[in-house]
Design a protein around this ligand. Sequence first.
Ligand SMILES: *Cc1c(COP(=O)(O)O)cnc(C)c1O
Length: 366
Amino acid sequence: MKNYPVSQPLITELDIHYVNLATKSGWVSSLGEYLDIFEKKFAEFCGVKYCILTSNGTCAIQLALLSMNLKAGDEVIIPDLTFVATANAVVHAGGIPVFADILPDSLNIDPQSIERLITYKTKAIIAVHLYGHPAKMDLINIIAKKHNLFVIEDAAEAHGAELHNKIVGGLADCATFSFYGNKIITTGEGGAITTNSDLIYNKAKFLRDHAMSSDRKYWHEEIGFNFRMTNLQAALGYSQLLRVESIIKERSEIFKWYKKYLLLNESVRLNLEEDGVKNVIWLIRLEIDFLDEERRNNLMVDLKKLGVDTRPYFYPMSLLPMYQNNVFENKISTMKYDKGINLPTYLGLSELDVKNISEIVNKILY
Ligand SMILES: *Cc1c(COP(=O)(O)O)cnc(C)c1O
């Protein structure tokens, strides 16, 4: 029996070559040519002026918020259904996360729900492109403009996704990315902010390196952070970015195979495909309307016994112990979270593998 993990990185000989070069150069910390070139190339990839590389995607969100001068007690509206990093980063930046409901089809933040939550304390909105599907940035930007709010894209799962032919990373005041091992491209751990704003760029760079004065060494005017990436990580990221187009294509091939072999119907669905949107496949998500948490867990155990590893959807943040202060009930988030699992999604899966996995899923479900 073959075992299929949910995710695994593909590290090529070329990746190893570049990391070796970085190692041999002696520039192993946060200075070095791969940091410069990866920052430059990732900004180009996102069609923006600037990229600031960070230690991970969580601190990229925190740094983005602080670069917008978030103050203690400011509210930041985020989707209820997301990875906990989005909420935690708001708290680490001194803010208060406020949870908006999601749209039932894309699972992304619902612009109407955002409007209901805006108060005089609201400072920013974070729109997460969950599973690589771009959020409704046009509507969100209109709302933000009306209320004078900042907008951040949390594009941790969405490198290369497009909304109306515009690539994510440049669809708001700034965007944040993750290069964790299971993301579209990886640096092991790592993250980035992308932006066209000189203000955000300069502030983020400053805070990333202990808020050190640029012309006076070891002179610090505020309390900053060490949120830097290493040159070794950047070498891996640069190498992966060289083939990002083929990575994205291969992931969408995997999606097509699942679509071909899984028995789907109105109540058993895969990732949304939407007009005007080019989503990237971070993870395959299979949503099954007749599941509840217990049945979903049983399904995952049954699949595991047959060699197919899965993950559940994220829990709504407003159900987690530390965030149970939500005023509104987010009906869609609460309805959706226990209905979905993520199926194996990684480079190297063949059509035959996907056929095998799909047949196992079909057998258990029907
Ligand atoms: C992965 C992820 C993050 C955090 O990235 P790390 O690099 O793991 O810190 C943030 N938001 C979302 C939606 C993610 O999926």
